[in-house]
Design a binder for this molecule. Sequence first.
Ligand SMILES: NC(=O)c1ccc[n+]([C@@H]2O[C@H](COP(=O)([O-])OP(=O)(O)OC[C@H]3O[C@@H](n4cnc5c(N)ncnc54)[C@H](OP(=O)(O)O)[C@@H]3O)[C@@H](O)[C@H]2O)c1
Length: 247
Amino acid sequence: MITGASSGIGKGIALEIASRGAHLGLLARREELLNEIVGEATAHNVKAVAAAADVRDIEAVRAAADRFRKELGPIDVMIANAGIGTSDHATRLTPEHAANVIGINVLGAVNSVGAVLPEMVERGQGRLVAISSLAAYRGLAKSAAYCASKAAVTAYFESLRIDLRQTGVGVTIIHPGFIKTDLTSGRESKMPYLMELEAGVKKIVAGIEKEKAIYAFPWQLATIVRASMLMPPAMYDWIAARNSFRE
Ligand SMILES: NC(=O)c1ccc[n+]([C@@H]2O[C@H](COP(=O)([O-])OP(=O)(O)OC[C@H]3O[C@@H](n4cnc5c(N)ncnc54)[C@H](OP(=O)(O)O)[C@@H]3O)[C@@H](O)[C@H]2O)c1
């Protein structure tokens, strides 16, 4: 089951794992795009089901997961990928806009977990995957809602990983750097180590297959971001203000 499967990283993961023989439960709002991906995936002789749903709507997400189970069998892996970006400066960021980002990126992932976890625990197997971001580690310019949402997703899944240790259900948190998708389009010059979609998707799928607890890439940017966590606030703010990747 992949949320946010209609474009970008979610679509890329869907087609990559279909080519390896995985059946797909695809969830997003744009049904016509999902149906096109179902067509492409089934060319690999796998089954694929599209369910149009908004991840903010818990009943719709539950209904989609029920349909996937009914038509495809038990859900082995749930990838909580649906997400939106934001580039508002603090002085223009409204509470409504921030709530929408947090609603989709955080509560959407929480709803997706809720729709699959009871059955995974009952079966004693399964994997929950969060597509978080390197933006989860520290605040960034013009990214308050986005960074807050990704930090929350990471902390949520990390806590789940601890609780689920003895259940047979694993948790993988992916922290990608910049990948070329609709979410990053138009800002290429400001994004260090920007990756092609195919390369990014292959790294994400490898991280899931290796059942990594946390996987951050590309290593160059992941190292810089992790090192920045040791910087005192004044030094970090000076550097972060001069390296905005938002317009
Ligand atoms: N691209 C990057 O550089 C990058 C880096 C780090 C992390 N990420 C994360 O990767 C994930 C995918 O992003 P992307 O770059 O692939 O962007 P994208 O191409 O814009 O894809 C976003 C996906 O999320 C879905 N979505 C958005 N709101 C939704 C909602 N309310 N309910 C259900 N689905 C919803 C969209 O489908 P519909 O519009 O059809 O609903 C779409 O399939 C996001 O969580 C993003 O934060 C991306």
